[in-house]
Design a protein around this ligand. Structure first.
Ligand SMILES: Cc1cc2nc3c(=O)[nH]c(=O)nc-3n(C[C@H](O)[C@H](O)[C@H](O)COP(=O)(O)OP(=O)(O)OC[C@H]3O[C@@H](n4cnc5c(N)ncnc54)[C@H](O)[C@@H]3O)c2cc1C
Length: 437
């Protein structure tokens, strides 16, 4: 892997997401060698993927090159590779570009879509965990309209214009809202010879409320916003299968649709090699103690989505969100330094800064510890927080410009089919299963 041997201890970080970046930053310019390995050469700002999928933002404005972030850091090395196996007993990892030994290993691989074992849905539905996947959705949505325009069979046209989003969490809600805005402001102009009123956006949620985990008020208001935007919200309805044409459910309603977007769950992107006892089976996350140390290991840590720290307040681990990942990464960096200097380490306590979701133009819901609010002000807060959380001045500036432009012009200019989406030919199901995309 062409990493020099030094007398400094080597810390390998697997994954340059929110958690991996936070720990790498905390270890900058210390007496350590830090090796960051990621299967992408960029960090993805996942909360804005839905805007890429709906033509609101260019993909490169929510991605940041990992090498650039550490250009001036002397003790830092980046390698573009997928880590395939951990050999804990011998302190080395196996990757697609070779093996590498470590003194301390940090697993920050995030999560992958959870299809709960339904391979039919996995094969036929779209997912949105990465930039390529968001671009796939963008292409498919636009290709559907091009095809609908030519369809002579009215049933087929309806299927092409019928969109089903499974999962009423923030991803599903935000995507449904963005598609509804496209329906309202953009598609009628782009396709004047198509009756866009036939477009249907169905948001299906298995429980009785949207945005589970947020306040009742946020959940009710989000539903209200979506309905006003023309989204059909289906609650207490569980999707059982999708064969590429029909979505079957546990209720009487079934949906004929060419596009199904699965936003109904994620599971940890655990890597093989560690004892099975340290993996929480239902969530595929590594069990960690209060220092993010994987149970049963002395020099292996897991942080972010892939880590499950069971505490009094979070019996099933912390929420799989950016803030726990960042906070765990920061503290782990400090703790690794403390360990190497034989100093006392600090246990992790999550500082919940609240949660938010946007439903569309001027519409968002925000839950803070002491204040819950919805509407235009919440939308400005949502924009501000997301803008300032982006990495890199260029990304912040480009996103800001795009948002201003889109707001003033009621537009989403990146509705481009750059790379046409043909699911079965695009990449093999095996690769999709392995979470390579
Ligand atoms: C569509 C969407 C919207 C979201 N919206 C919000 C939101 O509004 N607010 C919020 O707080 N959270 C949101 N989240 C969740 C949030 O993005 C995650 O909780 C957060 O990214 C977790 O950080 P992480 O560092 O654990 O993992 P990630 O950010 O996912 O990073 C994992 C990294 O590991 C790399 N990797 C994985 N496996 C390997 C391997 N085997 N070898 C090498 N590299 C590997 C990946 O390429 C990736 O770069 C959203 C997520 C999605 C998908």
């Amino acid at each position: 892997m062409n990493i020099p041997q030094t007398s400094f201890p080597r810390v390998i970080i697997i994954g340059g997401g929110f958690a991996g970046l936070a720990v790498a930053r905390a270890l900058e310019n210390q007496e350590l060698q830090v090796v960051l390995i990621d299967k992408h050469n960029y960090h993805t700002f996942q909360p804005l993927l839905y805007q890429v999928a709906t033509g609101g933002l260019e993909p490169d404005s929510i991605a940041f090159p990992l090498r650039k972030r550490f250009n001036d850091v002397e003790n830092f090395f980046f390698r573009l590779a997928k880590v395939t196996q951990i050999h804990a007993e011998k302190n080395y990892i196996e990757t697609t570009i070779g093996n590498l030994e470590y003194d301390e290993l940090v697993i920050a691989t995030g999560s992958i879509t959870n299809f709960f074992g339904n391979t039919n849905i996995q094969k036929n539905a779209m997912e949105m965990k990465s930039v390529p996947q968001a671009l796939n959705i963008r292409s498919l949505v636009l290709e559907n309209f091009e095809e609908a325009l030519l369809a002579t069979d009215l049933e087929k046209r309806r299927e092409l214009m019928n969109f089903v989003i499974v999962g009423g969490g923030p991803t599903g809600v935000e995507l449904a809202g963005a598609l509804a805005e496209m329906k309202k402001g953009i598609l009628p102009k782009d396709y004047p010879d198509l009756d866009i009123r036939q477009m249907k956006i169905n948001l299906i949620q298995s429980s009785g409320e949207l945005l589970k985990g947020m306040s009742n008020k946020a959940s009710e208001k989000a539903e209200d916003f979506l309905i006003k935007l023309g989204v059909d919200v289906w609650k207490d309805l569980r999707v059982l299968d999708y064969d590429g044409e029909t979505v079957t459910t546990n209720g009487e309603d079934h949906f004929k649709a060419q596009t199904v977007i699965w936003a109904a769950g994620v599971k940890g992107a655990a890597i093989n090699g560690l004892n099975q006892e340290c993996v929480v089976e239902r969530a595929n996350r590594f069990k960690v103690n209060e220092y993010n140390k994987v149970i049963g290991y002395d020099n292996i840590y897991a942080i972010g989505d892939v880590a499950c720290m069971e505490t009094k307040g979070y019996k099933r681990g912390h929420p799989m969100m950016a803030q726990p990942a960042i906070q765990q990464g920061r503290l782990l960096g400090k703790n690794i330094l403390a360990k190497l200097k034989s100093k006392k380490q600090k246990s992790f306590v999550y500082n919940d800064k609240g949660s938010m979701a946007t439903i569309g133009r001027n519409k968002a819901v925000v839950d803070l510890a002491s204040w819950k609010f919805q509407g235009v002000f919440a939308w400005f807060i949502w924009m501000f927080v997301h803008l300032f959380s982006l990495i890199g001045f260029r990304n912040k500036a480009v996103v800001f410009m795009n948002w201003v432009y889109n707001y003033v012009r009621f537009d989403r200019e990146t509705r481009l089919i750059i790379r046409p989406y043909k699911k079965k030919n695009k990449y093999s199901f095996k690769e999709q299963e392995n979470g390579n995309y």
